[in-house]
Structures are given as structure tokens and as C-alpha cells.
Design a protein around this ligand. Structure first.
Ligand code: AMP
Ligand code: MG
Length: 402
């Protein structure tokens, strides 16, 4: 192994990987296409929001001083609807304008009373049952001021943020180009779902789960056909991936065995930067470059490959693209079952979370084998137990929502 860091802590693994970041270009997309993408620059608002003082209520607009002693009777002298031009309006003393939600405030008025507290008669007058309210006027620029940075570089464009881009006047936005992520499963025993299994074979699942994780981060997965355990076929697939993609994820073949060819080929022909991490499950991974392209060798066990992606690949990708939250949710959970931790590894057990009056309660009722994908699919969260941290019943711990 020479000088390659071996069996490093989780922090060290992420630190080493971040020294070889991806560099991705920016592109400009219409808002319709930008959902889930990473904003490439700060965005300043092109307008004030609201653009003009307007009513938060359906009702009447008037001078507050005319409503001090309810009931007050005012003469109806105008109407302001959403979209109305109220340049020539004027609400004089003793008068009121009928006004709709979102409509501009006519000149002279400084308050609103909602329609439920107004009685309108045929004589074109209105009786106000209470004092009017100044706070029912939404002031120009009270949400956002023109020139203000409202979304910062690295924001993930969630639905509300996409809406905010439109509010600020943007029809298109600069986003980080999606990374092309090659996903290569390795193993003679693997068969694609949909085909007939022969004795000794199993369905290849990692590439599908990993593709989902890549999309979850806003990037573009390229699933390769599973590669059999031969150095020649693995080499061909890695070369192809390095040519066509920005980063390579492999699964399987990174342990100590003679058939663990990803480790072997990286040792002999790649540039290996670490191998094995103090992570349970998921201790076998490696990181390095293949012909200049960053490569993560993930474990073959399905739960392990998922955990390693979440704990190492995701922070690396997010760092490379300056992506900021929100995407990961950490919670505090009180354990109702004892969880087995380890002295030297960060331990991520699958738990269920129950929302109770006492707070969030964590239970562990599934078999924790790293080949048991059902236990991951039915879990709500992963424990984040530091090396040596005890996890007895009644203890509060951190957990990562799945
Ligand atoms: P390996 O690391 O190659 O020894 O694989 C560890 C375990 O994970 C073995 O039981 C494999 O059959 C299984 N495995 C490896 N790759 C996959 C995959 N892509 N999908 C499902 N299971 C896999
Ligand atoms: Mg294998």
C-alpha cells in the first residue's frame, strides 16, 4: 500500500477527497427547468416586493382618524381592485374606498377594515363596526428591496426558491452544470432486474439506488452495465467512464479478497488517495483518480454503498459545487432500544423514529446486516454515533433523516 492513507476517520476521508474537487461550468436555465438545481451566483432582486403599498384584506380603505369611535359611517367614493391604477385617487376625510386583497392603496388612506366588519347600505355609505387597522397595509419593499441579495450562490432551487426568483423578476437563472456521474457495478454474480436468475446470481440493485442519490443532489447519473470480475473488462469500463463523465462511482470489489479488482486495479494502475474508512457499515471504500477523473470505490453491500455515498460522496459533491442546504436533516432522537456502537468507527444504524409528546423516539427493530436493503428502505434515519459513543436506552443521540 505504500503511503496511501489507510483506514482513515470519516472526517479525514472527506478532507482528502475535497482536495480533488470537481470543477463544473455554469449554464443559464429558464425557471421551468431550474427546479432542484444549484444556483451559481448570488441573485439580487430587480424589484421591490411588494412593488407598491397594497391591501392585505378584502374590505375598505380610509383615514384611520375617521374610525376612532366605532361605529363610524363613511361615504363610499371609489374602488381599488388588483391591477387598478390609483394615480388620480384621493380618499378624503369622511370617505372610504372599497378595496380588494392585493389592490393598491388609494391616496389619502392609511388603514383598512376587513369586509366582515363593514356594513354597506344602498345609500353608498359604509358602517365600520371597529377601528380600521394600519397593519393591513403591506408596505412597498417590506419583503424585499430592489438590489437586495435574496438568494445566495449555492442555494438549491426548491419550489419556494424558484417562485422567489420569479418574484425578483428573473425569467432565467444561472445554475451549476450537473455533474455527469458514472455508476459502475462490479461482480460476476449480478444480473439486471427483469431477467431470469440462475443459481448463484442476484439482482443488481446498487446502481439504481446510487442513481437516485445522484439525482437527489441535482446531478446526472450514467448507469453502466454491471462489469464482470475481470481486470480487462473493468479497465475498459473505467476508461470509458473517465472519457465521458466527470466522476466515477464503482460498487463492489474494494475489500481484501483476491477478486476485489477495483482495489487491485486502483493500486496498480490508478492514483489511490485513501482506502478504507472508519465507518460502520461501509468500511471498505477507496478514493482516487483514474486517468485524472475522481473515482469513489464504494462497497458492494447495498446498505454500505448507500451509507458511503451519503457520508463521503455527497459532502464532496456539495463542496465541489458550493451547494448549501437545505438537503440533509439532522435530528435529536431519544433511544428506546440499545444500539451497538463501535470503539473506532462512526456507526450508522438504521432506526425508526416515532413522534411523541416527549420528542422524537428512536427504535431499532430490523436486522442490521449490510446486505439487507429492506432494513434501509423501512428505516426513517441513520444514527450518527461517534467512535466510542455509548448508545444506551434513554440516551439522546444525533440521527440523519433518510
Ligand atoms: P463485494 O464487495 O464485491 O464483495 O460485494 C459484497 C456483497 O454485495 C456481495 O454479497 C455482493 O453480491 C453484493 N453486491 C455487490 N454489488 C452489488 C450490486 N451492484 N447490487 C446488489 N448487491 C451487490
Ligand atoms: Mg464483488
Amino acid at each position: 500500500m505504500g503511503e496511501v492513507p489507510y483506514f482513515v476517520s470519516l472526517d479525514e476521508a472527506v478532507r482528502i477527497a475535497k482536495q480533488t474537487p470537481l470543477t463544473l461550468d455554469n449554464e443559464t436555465l429558464s425557471l421551468d427547468d431550474a427546479h432542484g438545481r444549484i444556483l451559481a451566483t448570488d441573485l439580487t432582486s430587480k424589484v421591490d416586493d411588494p412593488a407598491f403599498d397594497n391591501s392585505a384584506m378584502d374590505g375598505f380603505a380610509m383615514r384611520f382618524e375617521d374610525t376612532l369611535n366605532p361605529p363610524s359611517i363613511l361615504k363610499i367614493t371609489g374602488l381599488s381592485q388588483a391591477g387598478s391604477d390609483i394615480e388620480s385617487s384621493n380618499v378624503e376625510a369622511g370617505c372610504a374606498y372599497r378595496i380588494m386583497t392585493g389592490a393598491p392603496i388609494p391616496k389619502g388612506a392609511d388603514s383598512i377594515l376587513q369586509i366582515e366588519l363593514c356594513e354597506v347600505d344602498e345609500q353608498q355609505s359604509v358602517t365600520l363596526l371597529q377601528q380600521s387597522k394600519k397593519h393591513f397595509i403591506r408596505k412597498k419593499g417590506e419583503n424585499l428591496q430592489k438590489g437586495q441579495v435574496a438568494l445566495s450562490k449555492g442555494s438549491i432551487l426548491t419550489p419556494s426558491k424558484i417562485g422567489l426568483c420569479a418574484t425578483m423578476g428573473y425569467a432565467e437563472v444561472p445554475v451549476v452544470t450537473r455533474a455527469k456521474v458514472a455508476i459502475i457495478s462490479t461482480g460476476d454474480e449480478l444480473v439486471s432486474p427483469g431477467q431470469q436468475l440462475q443459481p448463484g446470481q442476484l439482482y443488481e440493485s446498487n446502481s439504481f439506488g446510487l442513481a437516485g442519490l445522484v439525482k437527489w443532489l441535482g446531478h446526472q447519473p450514467h448507469r453502466f452495465n454491471a462489469v464482470p470480475d475481470t481486470l480487462a473488462e473493468l479497465r475498459t469500463a473505467l476508461d470509458q467512464a473517465a472519457k465521458t463523465c466527470d466522476v466515477i462511482l464503482t460498487s463492489g470489489g474494494v475489500s481484501m479478497g483476491d477478486w476485489d479488482l477495483v482495489r487491485k486495479i486502483m493500486e496498480e494502475e490508478g492514483d489511490l488517495k485513501f482506502w478504507r474508512v472508519k465507518l460502520r457499515p461501509g468500511s471498505p471504500p477507496l478514493f482516487g483518480t483514474w486517468k485524472g477523473t475522481p473515482i469513489f470505490g464504494l462497497p458492494g453491500n447495498p446498505v454500505s454503498s448507500h451509507v458511503v455515498f451519503r457520508m463521503i460522496v455527497a459532502p464532496w459533491l456539495r463542496h465541489s459545487t458550493s451547494a448549501t442546504g437545505p438537503i440533509e436533516t439532522q435530528v435529536r432522537v431519544k433511544l428506546a432500544d440499545k444500539i451497538k456502537s463501535t470503539d473506532d468507527c462512526t456507526t450508522l444504524r438504521r432506526i425508526q423514529i416515532h413522534n411523541t409528546e416527549e420528542g422524537l423516539i428512536g427504535t431499532q427493530n430490523s436486522h442490521q446486516g449490510s446486505g439487507n436493503l429492506e432494513s434501509l428502505a423501512s428505516a426513517d434515519a441513520l444514527t450518527l454515533l461517534q467512535p466510542g459513543q455509548k448508545a444506551e436506552v434513554g440516551v439522546w443521540i444525533d440521527a440523519l433523516i433518510l
